[in-house]
Design a protein around this ligand. Structure first.
Ligand code: UD1
Length: 341
């Protein structure tokens, strides 16, 4: 088969790596990079570290409003699909690249797979939630990362397969490169629009975290950096800003951290797998199992006990395997057995 994988944003390069490696054993793969993330440190470094093949097409879409970004992607992806005529399109996760890729495939009657299907925050103000709902409704095959995600697809379960989470395989690919150097810091990442797009919300989070008597290492996402710079927000002394990190460095920073404070979906999972306590600055999460098993705690910076809760959070329970293993292999075996494509 000719398989077309569509990616565009940082977490998608990470998910693509193990899939691409496995799928190329059986099929021809072409990669479309929408260009949603374009900085070397948001894109190139992941292709290098995960030894990903160079994309066959880079659409160079860049930023814009949601409609502009997704609209331009839809137009350009359609052109490529018309030239390449793949048998199957693969989309990953919940970004605008996922939305545009799945829609472009559906409009051309090309069968498609959604990897990381079934996740729900049940919060429709999140752009990612809308992208997930659309991709899950129009993709032909849905590969789910957890049992709970699988259960969310109960109505369309004919086409859904519980495969486990592909990020387990991504982590496996670079595990041997991680240096163990347990250290006395907290790792912080923030990029969700509801935490960073309003300067009052962002400065409130930062002000609260300045009360933690801990060194906080803060790799800053471009979205967050823009807000900080445009508003001349001065970071307190205990928060040390660094540039966005490569995948190996990011896993290393997580592994060696005392605790992690984040609003990222991927990092909540990685923290769980690495056995590092995670505090999530959100009112809900798609990765409910990590909370139920005690390793992830949802926290609200406006809660009067916010700092105390972070200080006292000290999970000790077992980390059950909720994300599976050898996931890419399972996915490609399923694809090999798809009929009528
Ligand atoms: C996107 C995804 C989000 C994912 C996140 C991971 C959507 C709706 N959101 O959010 O689900 O968790 O990626 O990082 O698709 N920018 C740069 N350099 C880059 C990339 C972006 O400066 O290399 C700037 C853009 O110009 C834009 C801002 O960062 O102003 C945000 O980028 P955007 O692609 O809109 O979404 P993310 O916030 O990264």
């Amino acid at each position: 088969m000719k398989i077309c994988s569509i990616v565009g944003a940082r977490p998608q390069f990470i998910k693509l790596a193990p899939f691409s490696k496995e799928v190329r054993k059986f099929h021809q793969e072409i990669i479309i990079h929408t260009g949603q993330h374009y900085d070397a440190e948001m894109s190139d470094v992941f292709f290098e570290q995960l030894e990903l093949p160079k994309p066959d097409y880079n659409l160079g879409i860049g930023n814009g409003t949601h409609a502009e970004q997704a609209g331009k992607m839809l137009i350009e992806i359609e052109k490529v699909l018309m030239i390449e005529k793949p048998d199957l399109v693969i989309v990953f996760g919940d970004t605008n690249s996922t939305l545009a890729g799945s829609l472009a495939a559906a409009k051309q009657n090309i069968k498609s797979v959604h990897i990381e299907a079934g996740l729900r925050s049940f919060n429709r103000t999140m752009p990612e939630e809308i992208n997930r709902i659309v991709a899950d409704s129009i993709c032909d095959y849905l590969f789910t990362p957890t049992i709970l995600a699988h259960c969310n697809l109960i109505d369309i379960k004919l086409n859904s397969y519980f495969t486990g989470d592909i990020m387990v395989d991504s982590l496996e690919m670079i595990k041997s490169k991680i240096r163990q150097d347990k250290n006395n810091y907290i790792l912080l990442t923030l990029h969700r629009p509801y935490n960073v797009d309003d300067i009052n919300t962002l400065s409130n989070i930062i002000a609260k975290l300045s009360m933690l008597n801990e060194m906080i290492i803060f790799p800053i996402h471009p979205r967050t950096k823009k807000m900080i710079e445009n508003n001349n927000l001065v970071l307190p002394e205990n928060i040390i800003p660094i540039k966005p990190q490569g995948y190996v460095e990011c896993i290393e920073l997580q592994y060696n951290a005392k605790k992690i404070i984040t609003d990222s979906g991927g990092i909540q999972k990685e923290a769980y797998i690495l056995g590092v306590p995670c505090i999530t600055i959100r009112s809900e999460t798609e990765w409910i199992e990590t909370v139920e098993l005690g390793w992830n705690m949802l926290a609200n910076p406006n809660d009067k006990d916010f700092i105390k809760k972070i200080e006292q959070f000290n999970p000790t329970g077992e980390q059950k395997n909720i994300f599976g293993s050898n996931v890419a292999k399972k996915m490609v075996q399923l694809i090999n057995n798809f009929e009528n494509i």
